[in-house]
Ligand binder design. Sequence first.
Ligand SMILES: [Ca+2]
Length: 168
Amino acid sequence: MKQRPDDIVLVEGDNDLNVQMVPIALVGWVLPTGHIDPSGRWYNPERAYDDDINTDANPSSSYYNQPLELTLDSPIYCNKVKICADSYGREHFDYCAANVKVEVYYDGAYHTIHSGLLGPDYDGYPARKLWVELLIPAGTKLVSKARIRWNVLYSGIYFWEFAFWSEG
Ligand SMILES: [Ca+2]
């Protein structure tokens, strides 16, 4: 068999070639691997990253402004995140847009990448479950976590899902 010059050949016996196994970073959406709930006021926080758009995390309503941090076991090169969230009952006691603050952790600090409504405003049943992508304005960064909180009190908060974009 013809070998390309860059093939690595392992032979029994003396191998002075030290082959290092490096985890392969895939390009694509990556789910958080864990969470931090500093206030302890979130119900089912793991449901914000269980890859199921029909399950939600939510804080008890009077603690709507308490953040939920979504973490990664290892930092990834990331230039955007996506979030799927709704609220309930702002004006007409129907589902409505989520007004949230999204911060991403890189270079040793949290940076706000969005604060306001996720997508066009709406009032109406049923839940919209709209995915909204949020770019990191500074570009690709080595990101280890994100922090999400609601800006406005609603009678219902539905944090359906979240993911980081891995640049590989
Ligand atoms: Ca979910």
